[in-house]
Design a binder for this molecule. Structure first.
Ligand code: DGP
Ligand code: NA
Ligand code: NA
Length: 210
């Protein structure tokens, strides 16, 4: 029999919720327990498409909003063969942002429907678990100043948060909301708990599609 597949685990949330820290901690703890696990992040700024996205985020270039949306989606699609290969080999993937960020960030811009925003990502591998690190704008503000990148303003982040809240009503996705205002260790414990469940469940299920 082929080896059991890995789980596709995604962390989402507004900026400064602690996603990257928690992804790293989760990968570390799963590795320590002897599991095959790797981290990925989107946007993956290392590819050619990722470099276009990076220049846009750093405000070194301006791109038309639909175009940028499709580039972010293309950046996920170009990694699909690798994602599928890793999962099939039994490696669990911990992913820092995915298609939900894609929909939330673009639909927070004027003139973009949720429906249009979702379309380019239809057919992507469906995560077995999406954890949303919930942090209010007020609590986020306590974590210091925003950076210099595009989207890093409190008004835009509030709009993004509202879009995420809408997306979380989709019961076909295994959402788990985590209170990110807790200590790093407490947040980690909950994330590890949900992840172990997802890893066990995914072993016996085919990989779905968005
Ligand atoms: P990060 O490297 O996680 O800080 O993400 C970079 C920024 O890009 C962050 O503000 C969130 C935003 N972002 C991530 N994915 C997408 C996407 O698919 N579409 C859009 N428009 N923005 C995204
Ligand atoms: Na950022
Ligand atoms: Na991040």
């Amino acid at each position: 029999m082929a080896c059991k597949r890995g789980a596709l685990i995604v962390l989402e949330g507004v900026d400064r919720a602690g996603k990257t820290t928690q992804c790293n901690k989760l990968v570390q703890s799963l590795q320590q327990s002897g599991r095959a696990v790797e981290m990925m992040r989107f946007p993956d700024r290392t590819t050619i498409i990722g470099q276009l996205i990076n220049a846009y985020l750093e405000k070194k270039s301006d791109l038309e909003d639909h175009t940028v949306h499709l580039l972010f989606s293309a950046n996920r699609w170009e990694l699909v063969p690798l994602i599928k290969k890793k999962l099939e080999q039994g490696t669990t993937l911990v992913v820092d942002r995915y298609a939900f960020s894609g929909v939330a960030f673009t639909s927070a811009k004027p003139g973009f429907s949720l429906d249009w925003c979702k379309k380019p990502d239809v057919g992507l591998p469906k995560p077995d678990l999406v954890m949303f690190l919930q942090l209010s704008p007020a609590e986020a503000a306590l974590r210091g100043q925003f950076g210099e990148e595009r989207y890093e303003t409190s008004a835009f982040q509030r709009a993004v948060q509202q879009k995420f809240e809408h997306l979380m009503k989709d019961l076909s996705v295994n959402w788990q909301v985590i209170d990110a205002s807790q200590s790093v260790e407490d947040v980690h414990k909950q994330i590890a708990y949900h992840s172990l469940n997802a890893i066990n469940t995914a072993q016996n299920l085919p990989l779905g599609e968005l």
